[in-house]
Design a protein around this ligand. Sequence first.
Ligand SMILES: Nc1nc2c(c(=O)[nH]1)N(C=O)[C@@H](CNc1ccc(C(=O)N[C@@H](CCC(=O)O)C(=O)O)cc1)CN2
Ligand SMILES: Nc1ncnc2c1ncn2[C@@H]1O[C@H](COP(=O)(O)OP(=O)(O)OP(=O)(O)O)[C@@H](O)[C@H]1O
Length: 234
Amino acid sequence: MSEPTEKSPGFASPPCLAHEIDPVYAGTAAVDPQQALDVARWRKAERARLLAQRAALDGDTRKAAAIAVTRHLDAWLADRFDTLDDLTISAWWPIKAELDLRDWLATLARRGARAALPVVTVRSAPLVFRAWTPEMKMKRGVWNIPVPAHGPDIIPDIVMSPLVGWDRGGYRLGYGGGYFDRTLAALTPRPLTIGIGLDAARIATIFPQPHDIAMQAIVTETGMARLECDEKAP
Ligand SMILES: Nc1nc2c(c(=O)[nH]1)N(C=O)[C@@H](CNc1ccc(C(=O)N[C@@H](CCC(=O)O)C(=O)O)cc1)CN2
Ligand SMILES: Nc1ncnc2c1ncn2[C@@H]1O[C@H](COP(=O)(O)OP(=O)(O)OP(=O)(O)O)[C@@H](O)[C@H]1O
């Protein structure tokens, strides 16, 4: 499939922080419907390619990548926060060969922080988050993903989101539900956002659309990714 062309500036990676001041980048400018369709089609094919590439990795490679990621995350947290006390950090219950960070997530409670998982309560609406510990009773949510059966909705300080693909603008490709974008758009103040995935999942650009919200940092097994906007790095 050929790549969508960049007819409108709304489809290019915005220059750093341009989305804060320019309606084109802020997502309030008109979108060319044909181009939106082209991008959606292109993303579908890219997603399939990246998911197949990830699924083909052996389990040990994925496990090693997950451990490396948690080392980089710990270094980042230590650098950024004097203490983890009272921090709420959300991650995910792994599906489709995503990196499994659950052991690391479980250590957060012992370190004074709180782990959380995303929950789809309403289709095509923002995610909610619930506190998670390994002992907790779980139930099956959408796509059969286990979610905490009970507990109040909480708002994380840090939202870590799994990446199917990513680019150096900090933009992510997920499963196509738009859940993380909708969730981040709805949260004020916005939590810190960290995308987590494999180095090999990097693509030149995801052709960011007005609804796409860039991650402030991206961590892979090789470390904190260098992003085009240094200002975005937390
Ligand atoms: N492990 C994990 N948990 C997660 C996410 C994730 O990415 N990883 N999510 C992160 O978002 C949320 C679930 N995401 C979902 C994304 C899409 C669909 C869905 O129904 N997709 C449609 C196809 C959409 C399309 O291609 O346009 C489908 O399968 O029919 C469901 C849940 C919350 N939990
Ligand atoms: N803030 C929003 N409000 C309404 N619709 C949105 C919003 N953000 C994204 N969407 C819709 O969600 C759909 C999928 O978006 P996109 O391709 O960016 O998903 P994704 O980032 O890969 O998925 P996910 O975030 O679930 O991992 C798009 O059709 C988009 O219009």
